[in-house]
Every structure is written in C-alpha cells, then in structure tokens.
Ligand binder design. Structure first.
Ligand SMILES: NC(=O)c1ccc[n+]([C@@H]2O[C@H](COP(=O)([O-])OP(=O)(O)OC[C@H]3O[C@@H](n4cnc5c(N)ncnc54)[C@H](OP(=O)(O)O)[C@@H]3O)[C@@H](O)[C@H]2O)c1
Length: 284
C-alpha cells in the first residue's frame, strides 16, 4: 500500500536528485572550515576569537598547548575551540594561519605531512635584517611566501594579512575606515576563501595576482614599518581606492586596455567580494 509518508519520501528524494550539485554545494558552504592558527601571540589571539564568532572552528597550534595562557585563549575563543601542538593543529585543519615567527615554519610544515588541499595563509614577516640606514630589509628571496610554497608544494599558499596590524584584526575600524588586504596566490580557491574571510572580518580584500606578487606584499610590509622605525607617533594602514578609469576610457574611445588577455589566469580570475563603495560614473 502506498502511504502518504511513502509519497512524501519519493517527492523529497526526487527534489534532492534534481537539485543535485547546488544542494551539496549549499550544504558544504553552510559548514565552515576548521582553521588552525599556529602561534598564540598577538596575531593568533586576535584572529582566533574573531573567526570563532564568525562560525569557524579554531584549533590553536602552540609549543605549549596546555599552558595557562593557551587554555585561557581557548576558553575565550569558544565555538568548540581547542589547542594542540603546531603539527597536530595543522593536520586537523582545512585552513592554516601562520601566526608564527619565520624561523620554526619550515620544520613545522615539513612534519605535518601531506598538505594537499589545505590553504596556508602566510601573514608572516620573513627573516629580515636592519640595513645600514637603520631600516628593515627582508632577506628571504624571492619572497617568504614563495619559499613556503616550495616546502609544501601540494598546499595552496596565500600571502595575506601581513600588511596590517593586530589592532585592525581586533577592530577593523581602528584606522577610521576600510583597510585593504592584498591577496596573492597561485590558487584561485585559496585566494577566494581568504578574500571571503577578510570580508567577513570587515576588511577589504583585493586580488594581488599570483604568489610571486608576495614580493610586493612583503615590500608593503617593509613600508608599513617605516613610520614605526622612524619613531613617529603616527602609523598608517593601506587602502586601495577604486577607480573605473580603464573601463571609462574604453567606452569613450580612449586607449584600449587589453592587458587581462595576456595573464595566465585571465579565464579563471578569482571572484572578490564587493567591499568598496560606488565608483564615480564615467564622464559623458
Ligand atoms: N603583530 C602584528 O601586528 C603583526 C602584523 C603583521 C604581521 N605580523 C607577523 O605575524 C607573525 C606573528 O606575529 P605576532 O605579533 O603574533 O608574534 P608574537 O606575538 O611574537 O607571537 C608568535 C607566537 O608564535 C609562537 N612562537 C614563538 N616562537 C616560536 C618558536 N621558536 N617556535 C614555535 N613557535 C613559536 C608563540 O606561540 P606559542 O607560545 O603558543 O607557541 C608566539 O606567541 C610574525 O611573523 C609577525 O611578523 C604581525
């Protein structure tokens, strides 16, 4: 006998089959990733609690996961947060934030094992020295992020967040307006996930191109430190004001801009969240 419950079951089954991918994609999107934050210092203890409020499950990586400091941070973070050694935390996570000094990173990542499919967000200040003029200069070439990618070739390394301070991660309005986060990676998915997280944190992500652009991002990190090195009271934050100059120029018959057709990811550009305001209209 066909009962009403059987009919309901069949209807639901057919609906699920026809919705196919979109059902599973929506379901997957509603499950936020597990994020490992390696290092429980200034950056780690700023990112962790904010990301937990956004629904991410946080696992801190620490040299001393049972220390009073880390236990208190886990408790403050909530949403099922935990702590483990750096290697174990990275193994458990989909996304790994490197909130560490440069020196221990190679050894930690190489001990994690297969990192295929994991996104590594590199916000570190790579090894540097004070130049003869007293200003910092990076000594890792071509860039810290590219060197990290060479240690874990199957992971998706993304350079991001190092151009701002822990004060802005705590409060994105600390500088009185939007703060831009340039994001460089050779992996579209890694870039889009990082951009989504930046926007969720109240920041302004921009696609800074392939991972080799980390060289420029790390140069921006050097710039960021200039007023501090000079002993000035006032620091600065980066904001990339948008313009539609190139688009307007094409419409008004100006010089054509076809640079995008030559880049390697032209047909596969990362989608960036819209975080900036309206653009000035093109002149008539
Ligand atoms: N602070 C900022 O505003 C800022 C801005 C831009 C970029 N950055 C960069 O972000 C990274 C983290 O900065 P931070 O300010 O959070 O540094 P931090 O306050 O010194 O904290 C780094 C954490 O890394 C762990 N750690 C330290 N030495 C270690 C070692 N030898 N081996 C393994 N783990 C070690 C420690 O956590 P455990 O004790 O739990 O192991 C420590 O609390 C750095 O590369 C920094 O240059 C910072």
């Amino acid at each position: 006998m066909i009962t009403s419950r059987t009919i309901l079951f069949v209807v639901l089954f057919v609906l699920l089959c026809f919705s196919g991918n979109s059902f599973s994609q929506n379901f997957a999107q509603s499950q936020k990733e597990v994020i490992a934050i390696l290092g429980t210092g200034d950056m780690g203890d700023s990112f962790g609690p904010r990301l937990a409020v956004l629904g991410y499950k946080i696992v801190y990586g620490s040299r001393n996961p049972d220390s009073e400091k880390v236990v208190a941070l886990v408790e403050k973070t909530g949403n099922g947060a935990s702590a483990a050694t750096n290697v174990m935390a990275a193994r458990k996570a989909d996304i790994v934030f490197l909130a560490l000094p440069w020196e221990p990173i190679e050894q930690i990542l190489k001990r994690v094992g297969d990192m295929e499919g994991k996104i590594i967000i590199d916000l570190t200040w790579p090894e540097s020295e004070v130049g003869p003029d007293g200003y910092y200069q990076m000594i890792i070439k071509p860039s810290g992020a590219e060197v990290i990618q060479s240690w874990v070739p199957k992971a998706m390394v993304v350079k991001a967040f190092g151009t701002t301070g822990t004060n802005v991660i705590d409060d994105p309005d600390d500088a009185g307006g939007l703060v831009t986060i340039p994001i460089a990676s050779d992996h579209r998915h890694g870039k889009e996930v990082t951009a989504r997280i930046a926007a969720e944190l109240g920041l302004d992500p921009v696609d800074a191109g392939p991972l080799r652009m980390a060289r420029n991002i790390e140069a921006m990190m050097e710039l960021y430190m200039v007023p501090h090195t000079q002993g000035r009271d006032t620091g600065w934050e980066f904001y990339f004001r948008r313009t539609n100059y190139w688009m307007c120029n094409e419409y008004t018959g100006g010089e054509e801009v076809d640079g995008s057709s030559t880049v390697s990811d032209a047909d596969n550009l990362a989608e960036m969240p819209q975080t900036h305001g309206a653009l000035k209209p093109c002149p008539q």
